[in-house]
Design a binder for this molecule. Structure first.
Ligand code: PMP
Ligand code: GLN
Length: 380
């Protein structure tokens, strides 16, 4: 393993999901639902397969039907207008979009400011690009970014802001003032912005506001989303990028040599999913809100300090009230102690001390699974 990837061995998600399987534990670690997405969307994938649509290499930028559906979705939910031919790119999940964007836009030595804790692929992709990550630490209880601190982190080497809202793992959703301040800094210092919005439909009040909609941002922002979370098909790996023709062309250049194209039949199905009626998106959010409250209340009763998230399907907790100090030790022993798997937030930090006592649980599971997990955690 080269020096750039040093310390990035096995992802925490793979490690913890393997532990869940090996111990037969309830897996509230890795964020994937235990029920699949809509039946009609699954049928659309089967139809495409049967009818021979997408079984051979689809077009590099993605099939036109999906690019059009992505553009329509951006318009419908966020009032953003993108040309499906030049301003939309289909990727193998948001993960590839993040990798391709960072590899395409960064020079070695460029500095990238990202909220810490950061989703684990950010650190790896910044490293693969030979760039330098500069963490802006989000601190409990609210995990709101300190905008003066952000300003102070900007140097002449800063090239890009890597933003994630709603934010995994804290559940932070950036508010209008924060978005405006970030946009103003990006314009003032002529920075590029990559924004990861995979939880755009999981904001529990107030809705999601994309950075690309703010003044001066459209031409400097690469927006990323994915079908994995919104439609509960994390295994399909269909994601997308929207942005100016110049930025999308740059990301497409990198994507060509990462995967060349993304899997065909699923693209037809996701094009249909993006056109589902509002009731689907409202129902999805309402369902997850109920699950959030179920798990948040249960974790509080079990003695955790709970930071109730404004968005995403993750809850960050502090284990200090349980007499515990170290989230990594806690998560490694939890399966044996009570048959539940969670994720230690420290793995998402460069400043690991900041996240040492924090542990993340996902609530994208069936109600009875969440209830059983809570029962087990109460016996700790
Ligand atoms: N970004 C964030 C913040 C995530 O939580 C995830 C996990 N779904 C991804 C990106 C990756 O998305 P995908 O599964 O579409 O590659
Ligand atoms: N995004 C999911 C999470 O945060 C997992 C994705 C992955 O396994 N890479 O749990």
């Amino acid at each position: 393993l080269n020096r750039r990837l040093n310390g990035l061995g096995t992802t925490i998600f793979a490690e913890m999901s393997a532990l869940a399987t090996a111990t037969g534990s309830i897996n509230l670690g890795q964020g994937f639902p235990d029920t699949d997405g809509p039946e009609e969307v699954r049928e659309a994938a089967v139809r495409a397969l049967r009818e021979g649509r997408g079984n051979q290499y689809p077009p590099g930028p993605g099939i036109p039907e999906l690019r059009t559906a992505v553009a329509e979705h951006q318009q419908r939910f966020h009032g953003l207008t993108y040309d499906p031919d030049t301003e939309v790119l289909v990727t193998a999940g948001a993960t590839e979009a993040i990798a391709a964007a960072l590899l395409a836009l960064l020079e070695p030595g460029d500095e990238v400011i990202a909220f810490e804790p950061f989703y684990d692929s950010y650190a790896a992709c910044i490293a693969m690009a030979g760039a330098v990550r500069v963490p802006l630490t989000l601190r409990p209880p609210a995990f709101r970014p300190d905008l003066d601190e952000l300003r102070a982190l900007i140097t002449p080497r800063t090239r890009l802001l890597l933003i994630n809202t709603p934010h995994n793992p804290t559940g932070l959703v950036l508010n209008a003032d924060e978005l405006r301040a970030i946009a103003e800094l990006a314009v003032e210092h002529d920075l590029l912005v990559v924004t990861d919005e995979v939880y755009e439909h999981l904001v529990f009040s107030g809705g999601h506001h994309p950075l690309a909609a703010l003044p001066g941002m459209r031409e400097r922002t690469v927006s990323i989303s994915s079908a994995g979370k919104t439609f509960s098909f994390t295994g399909w790996k269909v994601g997308w990028v929207t942005g100016s023709p110049e930025l999308v062309a740059a990301v497409r250049t990198a994507k060509q040599y990462l995967t060349y194209v993304s899997a065909g039949p699923f693209q037809y199905a996701v094009a249909e999913a993006l056109r589902l009626p509002d009731e689907y998106f409202d129902g999805f959010r309402a369902d997850l809100l109920r699950k959030r409250d179920l798990l948040a209340d249960g974790l509080a009763e079990a003695g955790f300090r709970v930071f109730v998230p404004e968005g995403t399907y993750f809850i960050t907790t502090d284990i200090t009230p349980l007499g515990e100090k170290d989230g990594a030790d806690f998560c490694r022993s939890l399966p044996e102690r009570c048959g539940v798997v969670a994720i230690p937030n420290a793995v998402f930090y460069d400043n690991t001390d900041e996240g040492r006592s924090l542990v993340r649980f996902t609530f994208c599971k069936r109600d009875q699974v969440l209830r059983e997990a809570v029962e087990r955690l109460r016996r700790l």
